[in-house]
Design a protein around this ligand. Structure first.
Ligand SMILES: Cc1cc2nc3c(=O)[nH]c(=O)nc-3n(C[C@H](O)[C@H](O)[C@H](O)COP(=O)(O)OP(=O)(O)OC[C@H]3O[C@@H](n4cnc5c(N)ncnc54)[C@H](O)[C@@H]3O)c2cc1C
Length: 294
């Protein structure tokens, strides 16, 4: 694989997931462009090796056991380009918060809500990331994807079903997202920055950003009934399991207080789900993805 792209062997994943779970993998590959990615996937298929796609690891709960395959890391597929008519081309590994700031600096408006989201564009489209009543699908024109036979295809926004923190891409997992074209509007940098500051202040005031986490654990059952409120009402704030804790600052965050394992986090998730089912007869849906390598 080393002749295709950069590959690290027997690698700790602690710095590749925002929960900082101390797990590991046999290989991690860093394709720099779609050509390298296709070559890599051909090699992986020919040699019957398992693979897992990783963005910034900010929406996954990785397992404690070592992954016996290749983690494909998108971080080096990070080119972007401003096009005519307020459009931007972005590769899958570009960070959403970075492209949000780049567009604002270029007097384009639309992505102010996204400046606090530490995920890649590819995964953010897959999960329809959003905040403050906006979501990424509103700004999407089209994406370029690889299908299971390694053909490159273009999907227009209308070809994809988006819903709150979900999409048909995520449900079906038929495609690897290579890049996207975003459609923004003309804006004024100073105006956008006011919004950014406001959103940032709100996050700093309400979220435990000084601890490792993967953002909100559960989808909100409805706007009137945020998951955090239900968990707070169940008196679960501060509840600990091993090194993981339900945040005192925001009940819909689980934080890695001290060397938390994947199992610690998953146990707290089960505890919350059981309690909210018992108290409110609501089945909370996990926004974070619990990964099982096997
Ligand atoms: C402090 C904090 C705040 C957050 N705030 C928000 C918020 O306000 N709103 C919000 O929506 N989210 C939020 N999140 C969650 C997270 O940042 C988003 O869900 C983000 O979109 C995940 O991107 P990622 O690159 O980290 O994905 P990862 O966790 O790396 O991957 C998520 C999934 O995408 C798949 N994947 C990755 N790349 C590709 C690709 N190119 N093609 C196909 N599949 C792919 C992976 O296999 C995995 O299944 C927050 C997280 C943190 C830590």
């Amino acid at each position: 694989m080393n002749n295709i792209c950069e590959v690290l062997e027997n690698i700790s994943l602690e710095n590749y997931n925002t929960y900082k779970i101390k797990t590991s993998a046999k290989y991690m590959a860093f394709p720099k462009n779609k050509e390298e990615l296709i070559e890599l996937l051909k090699y992986i298929k020919d040699n019957n090796i398992k693979y897992f796609l990783l963005g910034n690891g900010s929406n996954v709960i990785l397992p404690d056991n070592k992954y016996d395959g290749v983690i494909i890391n998108f971080k080096k597929m990070c080119n972007y380009k401003f096009l005519d008519n307020e459009k931007v081309f972005v590769e899958a590994g570009v960070m959403l918060n970075k492209i949000a700031m780049e567009t604002i600096n270029n007097n384009l408006k639309g992505l102010e809500w996204a400046t606090g989201i530490p995920g890649t564009i590819g995964a953010s489209i897959l999960g329809n990331a959003g905040a403050y009543l906006h979501e990424i699908c509103e700004y999407l024109q089209s994406i370029e994807v690889l299908d299971k036979d390694l053909n490159i295809k273009t999907l227009n926004k209308e070809d994809i079903k988006f819903e709150y923190r979900n999409s048909s891409l995520k449900e079906n997992r038929d495609y690897i997202i290579l890049s996207a074209i975003l459609q923004l509007d003309n804006g004024v940098k100073e105006e956008s920055m006011k919004l950014v500051q406001d959103r940032l202040q709100r996050r700093l005031a309400s979220q435990p950003l000084d601890y490792p986490s993967a953002g909100s654990v559960f989808r909100n059952p409805s706007k009137e009934m945020p998951a955090g409120k239900l968990i707070e009402e169940a008196n679960l704030k501060g509840k600990k399991q091993g090194g993981a804790m339900i945040s005192e600052k925001h009940a819909n965050f689980i934080i890695n207080e001290s060397n938390a394992t994947s199992s610690d986090i998953k146990e707290l998730i089960c505890l919350i789900k059981d309690k909210i089912k018992e108290n409110n007869n609501i089945d909370l849906i996990c926004e974070q993805e619990i990964i099982d390598w096997d």
